[in-house]
Design a protein. Structure first.
Length: 475
C-alpha cells in the first residue's frame, strides 16, 4: 500500500555558510495570515519513465534553488514582545523533500492520473493531507491559528500516482505569497532541467531576495497612524483570536470548480461593458462580479441577513508591476495588497441589472492600489505596536463578505517543466475554507475558478442561473 521516504535537502555549499543567519522580512510579510501557501502541480508520466532519475534530478535542483532562496531553508521566528517576524537559518538546517509512492496496482485509495484528467483535476480530489505533511495543511484561514516556535518555512512532497506525478509545495505565507512561490517553482524547474540535460545553470537575479522596497521609509506619528487606519480598511487589529459558541457545530464545506470558457468570457465582458465610454473592466473583474453576486445569493438562505446590510469583496492584487520600477517577476516574498470594493448593500450587489456596476466597482478597487497606497500600508505596519494582532478585515467565513485570490498570471503552464513536460493542472489542494474564491492560472481555453462555500450554499450555487450562463461546473 505505497511507501514514503523523507530526503533531507541541504542547500548547495551549506558548509560554507555562517552558523546562524537572521533573514529580515518586510512590512508586507506581516500582513498575511499565518497559514501555508499550498500549491500542487499535476503532471502526466509515461509508464517507461525512470522514477529514480526523476527523484535525483528534483533533489539536485532543489539543493541549488534553496541555496538561491535561503529563507526557504529556515524557520519562522516571532518576537513575543512586538509580534515582528524573521527567518532564522542555521547552517545545519535542511528542507524536507518527501517522496510518496502510490503508483502500484494495489494503491486504489489514490485516484489515477487518468481519473483526475477525466474530471478536470478537481480540487476536491487533491487532498492536501495526502499530498503534503499535515503540519502544513492543518492551519486554516480565518480561524485564528498561531505558529509554534521554529516553524519550518517550506516543505515539498513528490507523489507518484498511477500514470502521473503530483508535486506538493508548502511555503509559509509570512515568507511568500502565491506569485513568489510561482517564481521559486519556475527557478527550481529551470535548474532541474539544466541538470538533467547537462546544461549551464540559468541566471539567478539576486534582486529576487531584496525585500527593502516593501518596507516603510519612516515610522508614523500618532496623528499619521490615525490617518492611515482610516485609509486602510482591509486590515484590523484583533487582540484575542475568535472563539466559537460552546454548542456550535461546524458545518461541512466543500470546494467546487467552475470553468469560464474563452467564448463565454467574451460574452461576459460584453454584458459587463460600462456605460461610460472612458471606463473599462477586465475579464477578472467580470468573473469576480458574477461570483460575488452568485455566492451572495447562495448565502442568503443560510444567514438570513438584512438586505440593507453592507458587504464587501476583499481580493488580492499583485504589487509587483504596480511599483515603479517593478519588482522582479521571481521576487520571493509577499507583494500583494488587499483591495476592497466600497461596501455595498446586499440588495444592490444582487440587483437584477447590477452586473456592469459591480464589475466596475471591482475595477475601481484595483485602481486604488498605487505606489503610494503600497507605501502607506508598509508605514501602517511599522506603526503597529503588536504586529501579531494584524488581521484581515473581512467577514467571509460563514459571513456575507467574500474573499478572493487570483493566480491567473502565474507561469506554471509555460515555465515549470522539470524535465518530463509541463504540468497539466495547478491547484490549491482541497482548501477547507468558507467564503473564498480561487482564480487559477489562465489557460488558452478559458479560466478555472474554485469556490469554497458551506455545502448547502454550494448546492444553491450550482443552480444559479446567472453563473450558469457564463460558466460550467467541473466535476
Amino acid at each position: 500500500m505505497g511507501r514514503r521516504e523523507t530526503i533531507q535537502i541541504h542547500p548547495m555549499c551549506w558548509e560554507d555558510e555562517p552558523d546562524t543567519q537572521a533573514i529580515s522580512l518586510s512590512a508586507f510579510d506581516h500582513l498575511m495570515p499565518r497559514i501555508y501557501v499550498l500549491i500542487t502541480l499535476v503532471f502526466a508520466l509515461d509508464a517507461s519513465v525512470n522514477t529514480s532519475e526523476i527523484i535525483e534530478h528534483f533533489k539536485a535542483g532543489l539543493e541549488i534553488t534553496v541555496a538561491q532562496f535561503p529563507a526557504l531553508a529556515g524557520t519562522l521566528q516571532t518576537n513575543e514582545e512586538d509580534g515582528s517576524l524573521w527567518v532564522e537559518r542555521k547552517k545545519e538546517n535542511t528542507v524536507d523533500m518527501i517522496v510518496n509512492w502510490q503508483n502500484g496496482e494495489e494503491d486504489t485509495e489514490w485516484p489515477t492520473y487518468q481519473e483526475l484528467a477525466r474530471r478536470g483535476f478537481p480540487a476536491v480530489m487533491l487532498e492536501g493531507d495526502k499530498l503534503l505533511p499535515q503540519a502544513v495543511t492543518e492551519k486554516q484561514l480565518f480561524r485564528g491559528d498561531d505558529d509554534d516556535k521554529d516553524t519550518p518555512v517550506s516543505t515539498f512532497q513528490i507523489n507518484f500516482i498511477r500514470g502521473g506525478l503530483i508535486l506538493g509545495v508548502g511555503v509559509h505565507h509570512s515568507v511568500s505569497d502565491g506569485p513568489g512561490c510561482d517564481g521559486f517553482l519556475s527557478q527550481w524547474a529551470e535548474n532541474t532541467r539544466a541538470i538533467k540535460d547537462g546544461n549551464r545553470l540559468p541566471r539567478f537575479n539576486p534582486m529576487n531576495l531584496d525585500r527593502s522596497r516593501l518596507n516603510p521609509t519612516a515610522t508614523p506619528t500618532t496623528t499619521r497612524m490615525q490617518e492611515l487606519s482610516e485609509k486602510l480598511s482591509a486590515f484590523r487589529l484583533v487582540k484575542e483570536p475568535p472563539t466559537l459558541p460552546e454548542n456550535f457545530i461546524m458545518p461541512s464545506f466543500s470546494p467546487t470548480m467552475y470553468h469560464f470558457p474563452k467564448q463565454k468570457c467574451e460574452r461576459l465582458k460584453n454584458d459587463c461593458k460600462p456605460s461610460n465610454p472612458d471606463a473599462w473592466v477586465s475579464t477578472y473583474d467580470c468573473i469576480m462580479a458574477v461570483l460575488w453576486r452568485a455566492t451572495t445569493r447562495a448565502k442568503i438562505p443560510m444567514l438570513k441577513p438584512d438586505m440593507d446590510k453592507k458587504i464587501n469583496l476583499t481580493h488580492a492584487v499583485n504589487n509587483r508591476k504596480i511599483l515603479d520600477p517593478p519588482l522582479p517577476d521571481r521576487y520571493l516574498g509577499n507583494a500583494v495588497s488587499l483591495a476592497q470594493v466600497t461596501p455595498t448593500a446586499i440588495k444592490d450587489v444582487i440587483a437584477q441589472d447590477a452586473l456592469p456596476a459591480i464589475a466596475l466597482a471591482i475595477r475601481n478597487s484595483i485602481s486604488r492600489i498605487t505606489p503610494q497606497s503600497i507605501q502607506d500600508s508598509a508605514e501602517w505596519v511599522a506603526g503597529i505596536e503588536n504586529k501579531s494582532q494584524i488581521n484581515i478585515n473581512v467577514e467571509a467565513f460563514l459571513g456575507m463578505d467574500l474573499a478572493a485570490t487570483s493566480w491567473q498570471q502565474m507561469s506554471s503552464y509555460t515555465q515549470q517543466d522539470f524535465g518530463f513536460g509541463l504540468p497539466k493542472a495547478v491547484r490549491f489542494p482541497k482548501p477547507d475554507w468558507e467564503g473564498y474564491v480561487f482564480v487559477y492560472p489562465e489557460r488558452e481555453e478559458g479560466v478555472e475558478v474554485c469556490v469554497l462555500l458551506e455545502d448547502a450554499c454550494q448546492g444553491r450555487l450550482r443552480e444559479d442561473e446567472e453563473l450558469g450562463r457564463y460558466a460550467s461546473l467541473m466535476e
